[in-house]
Design a protein around this ligand. Structure first.
Ligand code: COA
Ligand code: AMP
Length: 630
């Protein structure tokens, strides 16, 4: 079958397409049908099937004879250690951790927050929750206590699973004080925290609330896999929206299993038993789908990498890991490749390793610039596939289905829509655009299985954020176009979400922090171009009248405040005091125009601008800190 046939079949008869795909999953009770139309533009998949995610990701492989195959390889250049866990070992560890949760009263539907670095126990924690039907919510280690507190209050976890620390080059990130701080800030209090003590930092446990991970596991009876309904959430993952309040993306069990399994062969072109590596973090959607769930559901070996593309110890780390563990398909963010390229432009490190097992490099998370793709293609001598997706979808919206039919690569395009995604380009009024014309990228409802059915605790926000602009469509928040051959091009976000080093961040959240500074009357945060990270946040602040402290004192306080409230991952390093912000006559800040000025790009004077002179002031101010070069 060609890609075209498969894609057409998925749109013309989604019911039989997805019921066939569902056969790759072991159901306790198979679903009676695929799609459940709940009315009012809400849909669910496989809702009446009974199934368990952990069983499909772990136990069934042991039963099918893969017990001795490595399930997880942990490679940590930061600690200088490597280890591996077989599927049998993984099952035993997960069953006893799940037992420890059960012993603490955690049951189906309870939420569990996971705050862990890149160690196998992070995956064990996710799988242990899935085993008993508890809904996990992983929080990225680079977020500050305040962000963790916001998530605790939104999903109200009964338990929190955390490690004592994470490791960043040159510093130990002590998680426990952050966790304690977050629980103190939060209104909701978990019943129990189960803490994994790492050698690098022994955390102090609070009697009556905290338990030692291994001690809790040792005393516990292993828990069995509990069947859950296909529409039961396997997890909630918070992602940045346009405001400071993150959106809790809900991932339904049945569709998640079916869709992720489908992608492993058809997109990533691996067979069960092959080693697959996604160099991301379990705190992001890429980590959920392609470090933890998809490779395990498909019977692959997954690599959990605790390190950075450069500096741990050098720009050859990626190539060493690929060569040592015989990685077949490798997935990372363009930023990571740019970091390697910057350090080793000639690819000398790559020459030291035998990469003959590698078949392709997959890039996602942000726009893949042509230079990066071409460089990677040249030094690796394998196809480089850009693919486009979002936390909301959980897997590829547009990609190159290499395992089905490798389509010619057009650099600058993540290729074509994947099955079930009826991607269309719409103008502001919701009319379809012609090939080659720019517009908002929307997906005709229903979205395929595995994508978000709603937002946690926020059904109205779900509708408002995604379904209201274009009735009958899901609004992706990205703008772009489709060419005559159906290739998609992703140009920019249409909202205030920015992408820094492949990390999705909200400028609105940063503005809320800056606005809380006592000397700041008004502010705007924009994402300006950054050679390494794609975008980086820049804050413009107007001071409260009468404030006459040195500007650099105020801007350093702003930088510190964002780091304290949102976390180091915000990478907020630049703030600038300006007299006024450019606005429309109705008072809307012209952030897009500021970005164009900062990046030194030409722009059209907005017709609704209140006072064009402000743009010259902004340009002059930006030039003082190295932006707005003409
Ligand atoms: N826990 C705590 N802090 C973290 C963290 C974590 N898990 N991850 C990042 N941070 C910190 C970093 O230490 C850095 O702190 P600093 O300001 O004290 O230096 C800050 O957050 C910003 O991190 P980052 O934007 O990643 O920049 P960096 O300079 O540390 O590293 C790269 C640059 C290119 C090496 C890095 O961004 C990278 O590996 N990018 C790939 C991105 C990726 O895989 N994204 C996943 C989406 S698919
Ligand atoms: P996240 O939810 O963190 O995965 O971020 C999703 C957003 O990242 C998308 O809406 C895009 O703006 C951007 N993005 C992800 N992948 C790509 C890609 N391949 N090309 C361009 N932008 C991308």
């Amino acid at each position: 079958m060609t890609y075209r046939d498969v894609y057409q079949a998925s749109l013309s008869d989604p019911e039989s397409f997805w019921m066939t795909a569902a056969q790759a999953i072991d159901w306790v009770t198979p679903p009676s049908r695929a799609l459940f139309d709940r009315g009012d533009d809400l849909y669910e998949w496989f809702a009446d099937g009974l199934v368990n995610t952990c069983y499909n990701a772990v136990d069934r492989h042991v039963e099918a004879g893969r017990g001795d195959q490595p399930a997880i390889i942990h490679d940590s250049p930061i600690t200088g250690t490597k280890s591996s866990l077989t599927y049998s070992e993984l099952r035993d560890r997960v069953a006893s951790l799940a037992g420890a949760l059960v012993a603490q009263g955690v049951t189906k539907g309870d939420r569990v927050i996971i705050y862990m670095p890149m160690i196998p126990e992070a995956l064990e924690a996710m799988l242990a929750c899935a085993r008993i039907g508890a809904i996990h919510s992983v929080v990225f280690g680079g977020f500050a206590a305040n962000e963790l507190a916001v998530r605790i209050d939104d999903c109200k976890p009964k338990a929190i699973l955390a490690a004592s620390c994470g490791l960043e080059p040159g510093r130990i990130v002590k998680y426990k004080p952050l966790l304690d701080g977050a629980i103190e800030f939060a209104n909701h209090k978990p019943d129990v925290c189960i803490i994994l003590q790492r050698d690098q930092d022994q955390a102090e446990l609070i009697p009556g609330r905290d338990l030692d991970w291994h001690a809790a596991q040792e005393g516990a009876a292993p828990a069995d896999c509990i069947p859950v309904e296909g529409n039961h959430p396997v997890y909630v993952l918070y992602t940045s929206g346009t405001t400071g309040a993150p959106k809790g993306v809900v991932r339904p069990t049945g569709g998640h299993l079916v869709a992720l399994h489908w992608t492993m062969k058809n997109i990533y072109n691996v067979d069960p038993g092959d080693v697959f590596w996604a160099a991301s973090d379990v705190g992001w959607v890429v980590g959920h789908s392609y470090i933890c769930y998809a490779p395990l559901i498909h019977g692959n070996t997954t690599v959990v990498f605790e390190g950075k593309p450069v500096g741990t110890p050098d720009a050859g780390t990626f190539w060493r890991v690929i060569s040592e563990h015989n990685v077949r398909s490798f997935f990372t963010a363009p930023t990571a490749i740019r970091a390697v390229k910057r350090e080793d432009p000639k690819g000398l490190e790559r020459q030291k390793y035998d990469l003959s097992g590698l078949r392709a490099l997959y890039l996602a998370g942000e726009r893949a610039d042509p230079d990066t793709i071409e460089w990677a293609q040249e030094i690796l001598d394998v196809p480089v596939y850009d693919h486009w997706w979002q936390t909301e979808t959980g897997y590829t919206i547009a990609g190159n289905p290499a395992g089905l039919e490798a389509l010619p690569v057009k650099i600058g395009s993540p290729t074509v829509a994947m099955p079930g995604y009826d991607v269309q380009i719409l103008d502001e009024a919701g009319h379809p655009q012609k090939p080659g014309e720019l517009g908002a990228i929307a997906i005709k409802l229903p979205l395929p299985p595995g994508t978000l059915p709603t937002l946690w605790n926020a059904a109205d926000r779900f509708r408002k954020s995604y379904l209201s602009t274009f009735p009958g469509f899901y609004e992706t928040g990205d703008a772009g176009m489709i060419d005559e051959e159906g290739y998609l091009y992703i140009m920019a976000r249409t909202d205030d979400v920015i992408n820094v080093a492949g990390h999705r961040l909200s400028t609105g959240a940063m503005e809320e922090v800056l606005a809380a500074h006592p000397d700041v009357a008004e502010c705007a945060v924009v994402g300006v171009s950054d050679k390494l990270k794609g975008q980086s946040p820049l804050g413009l602040v107007c001071l409260t009248s009468g404030v006459n402290r040195p500007h650099d004192e105020i801007t350093s306080e702003c930088v510190k405040l964002v780091r304290e409230r949102i976390g180091p991952v915000a990478a907020f390093k630049n703030a600038l005091v300006v007299d006024r912000l450019p606005k429309t006559r109705s008072g809307k800040i012209l952030r897009g125009t500021v970005v164009k000025i900062a990046d030194g790009e030409t722009f059209k004077m907005p017709a609704t601008i209140d006072d064009p002179v402000i743009l010259d002031e902004i340009r002059a101010a930006l030039q003082t800190i190295g932006y707005a070069r003409e």
